[in-house]
Structure formats: C-alpha cells, structure tokens
Design a protein around this ligand. Structure first.
Ligand SMILES: NC(=O)c1ccc[n+]([C@@H]2O[C@H](COP(=O)([O-])OP(=O)(O)OC[C@H]3O[C@@H](n4cnc5c(N)ncnc54)[C@H](O)[C@@H]3O)[C@@H](O)[C@H]2O)c1
Ligand SMILES: [Zn+2]
Length: 366
C-alpha cells in the first residue's frame, strides 16, 4: 500500500491511498471518524454492477448506512440535471452535514459527485473511489469538481477537496483498452510537463504498461499522482503554475466538444499535446526531434496523433469560449523541453491553425 498526503490551504489535508482491493477502506473510515454515518454512493451504470456490492460490503463493516445513486455512464451525464438528481436524493434521505458521499467510478462520477457534495449544506464530506486510469492518475486529485454546460466542458464547478482518495488498482482489470489508454494520456501529460524521468520510465515500461502489469500500474499511478500533488499543493486555486496541468487541453477541450461523443477526453488531450508541442517547435522552444519523439511515443499507447473531419474555424471559436482564456488573453501551455512546461500568452490564431493542420488527418501523412 502507498500513501500520499495532499496539503490544502484550508487545512483540509487529505490522504491518497493506493492499494489493491477495498479491504483497507474501513480502517481509513475509522481514522476519519466517519463510522456509523449515512452515505450516498454515486456511481454509473457500468461501474455499479461490478463494484457497488463489494464497496457496500466493506462499508457495512464500519456501520456505514449505504444508499446508492446510479446514473447513465458517459460524459453526456455530466450535467446540472444529474447533480440536481443527486441533491434530490440527499434531501429525500434527510442527509445531514455530517453524512457523506462516495464517488465510485471514473472522472465523470468524481466531478459530478464532488460538485453535488460541495453544494449540499454548503459542503458535506466526499470520498473519491476512482476506478478508471484517468481518475486514478489525475482527476480524483486536486479538488476540481463540476459539470459541462451548454456544450462547454467543465464550465460550472467548484474547488472542493475530497476527505480521502481511495484507489483500488485492481479495478483497472475491468476497464476496457480504449478507456485504459485514454487515462494513460493524462499520466503521460504529467510526465511531459514536470518530470522527464517519469516520462522516460513510461516509455521504458511500455510493455509492462500495455500488459497491465499490476506493480507497474501501481507505480505509474503513484508517480503520476505525486506530480499532480506537488503542483496542486503549490497552487491550489490555479492562480499560477497549476495551469501547466492544462497542457494539451486548450485545443484538446475544443476538439472534444466539436467531436462530442466520438473522441474521449484523454484522446483529445493527446491530440492537443501534439498540437501544443508543434507550436513549441515552431516557436523554437523545442527541437524537431523532441517534437517528433513526443508525437510518436503516443502511438504505442494507442493514442491518436491525427484526427479526421475537424472544423478548424469551429475549434478556434471554441478555444475563445474556453475558460483558459482570461482577461489577459489566451493562456497556452507550451514546452521548453520534455519535463518542463511553461505558460505562454503569445500564441496566435494562425499558430493554432497551423498546429491543427499538423494533426488533421491526410492520406499522405508520413
Ligand atoms: N477534476 C479534474 O481535475 C479532472 C481532470 C481530468 C479529467 N477530468 C474529467 O474526467 C472525465 C473523464 O474521466 P474518465 O475517462 O474516467 O471518464 P468516465 O468516468 O466516463 O469513465 C470512462 C468509462 O469507463 C467506465 N469505467 C470506469 N471505471 C471502470 C472500471 N473499473 N471497469 C469498467 N468500466 C469502468 C465508465 O463507466 C465509463 O464508461 C472528463 O469529464 C474530464 O473532464 C477531470
Ligand atoms: Zn484532462
């Protein structure tokens, strides 16, 4: 078992426990003094049939009264309406401020549940139980919660820290390959922006990762989460360097909303990373070799480096609506080298168009 503690500015430090199985959860609940409380376990239609019973069973060992709320799996459910239904359920259950929520699932479950928990009685405790690689290696840490609105990703939300993040690595065994590599993209991103040794380790461990070797995945999640921990501890409210975590996301999010339902978040982040690395190369911040290496190293992990049928004008328009655009203009994350990202405010529309041309699929792509 591995444990990390995330320090928060409001003294609500929380632990991340990385282990196999749910068996260690009751002792964590005891440590938090949550024994005997009511809980709402929020999950989706894919994860609940596999893990709900096991989670309930360990929670009953610490006298937690379990209730459940299950919504249709997928990004389409990441809406205000789903949050309202969760809040309705809490009202119906007469939930008190001391009662708690569990987010059992991927990043969608985590973002929605955290947001609902932040709203009820101005905030009740919630525990992240991430089950996807994306949620384990990235989204369950850092306290960003929220929903999509009017086709704009994560535009409604709150910073709200979990009381605990409990990762059962064995859950990755039931995740399908596409979702697995989707999550891998965020882990790779964490290496690219902050830690070249981790990036190199990921490349060196390619076979073990693709084989889903348990020890390798535990190390991958631990190292990825630790990078994110250091970033969010230094800048919890994204006033500075936390924005580096958005590497690949400026164009990635815009592509994601334009291709809604066809490409996954991590796949769009991979495309966005290629585009951002291309801009970094064009601005002579990284070499052609570094750009090509970064691009080509996504391929063995089944991540896209080109995309067909994109509407460049629409993507550019959506970048403008993205919250990474503030009063001082567009905040773009570029690379100085692999392992060192920087915030850049000089990226022009033409540079973005050129980068989008680079990732647009053509038959003669070499
Ligand atoms: N809050 C943050 O800091 C942050 C960071 C990155 C991404 N995100 C958000 O996370 C979301 C993407 O997360 P995701 O990729 O986990 O999406 P997801 O929650 O939709 O999960 C992906 C799919 O895998 C299924 N699944 C999850 N765990 C499983 C398991 N163990 N076995 C079988 N199936 C399983 C889910 O049911 C779903 O169909 C996006 O909405 C993105 O915006 C948030
Ligand atoms: Zn992301």
């Amino acid at each position: 078992m591995n444990r990390l503690t995330v320090k928060t500015p409001n003294k609500k430090d929380y632990d991340i426990v990385i282990t196999t199985g749910f068996e260690a959860l009751p002792s964590e609940i005891e440590r938090l003094d949550y024994k005997g409380r009511n809980a709402l376990i929020v999950s989706d239609t894919n994860v609940a049939p596999i893990y709900m019973d096991s989670l309930k069973s360990v929670l009953s060992d610490c006298n937690i009264t379990c209730n459940e709320f299950i919504f249709k799996a997928g990004e389409e459910s990441k809406t205000k309406e789903t949050v309202d239904l969760i809040l309705d359920k809490m009202v119906e259950l007469n939930f008190m401020r001391s009662d708690l929520c569990f987010a059992l699932g991927g990043g969608v479950v985590g973002d929605i549940t955290g947001y609902a928990a932040s709203q009820y009685h101005r905030g009740i405790p919630f525990i992240q139980v991430p089950t996807s690689l994306l949620a384990m290696s990235d989204s369950s840490i850092g306290g960003k919660t929220g929903v999509d609105y009017k086709n704009i990703k994560n535009v409604l939300g709150a910073f709200y820290f979990p009381a605990l993040v409990y990762m059962n690595i064995s859950a990755l065994n039931t995740l399908d390959d596409r979702q697995f590599y989707n999550g891998f993209a965020e882990a790779m991103k964490n290496g690219i922006i902050k830690d070249e040794h981790f990036y190199e380790w990921l490349i060196d461990s390619m076979y073990e990762i693709c084989d889903k070797d348990a020890d390798t995945l535990e190390e991958l999640v631990y190292r990825s989460v630790n990078i994110k921990r250091l970033v969010v501890e230094k800048d919890p409210w994204e006033e500075g360097d936390r924005a580096l975590l958005n590497f690949g996301h400026t164009l990635g999010h815009a592509i994601e909303s334009c291709k809604f339902g066809t490409l996954l978040h991590g796949e769009c982040v991979a495309l966005g990373m290629v585009a951002a690395a291309h801009i970094s190369y064009k601005k002579e911040m990284i070499s052609l070799e570094e750009y090509l290496e970064l691009r080509d190293m996504l391929v063995p992990f089944n991540l896209p480096i080109t995309v067909d049928d994109i509407d460049v004008d629409e993507i550019i328009k959506r970048v403008g609506k993205d919250k990474k655009q503030d009063n001082a203009g567009l905040k773009f994350i570029l690379l100085k080298k692999i392992g060192k990202a920087v915030i850049d405010r000089s990226v022009t529309e033409d540079e973005m168009r050129e980068a989008l041309k680079e990732i647009e699929y053509t038959d003669d792509f070499e």
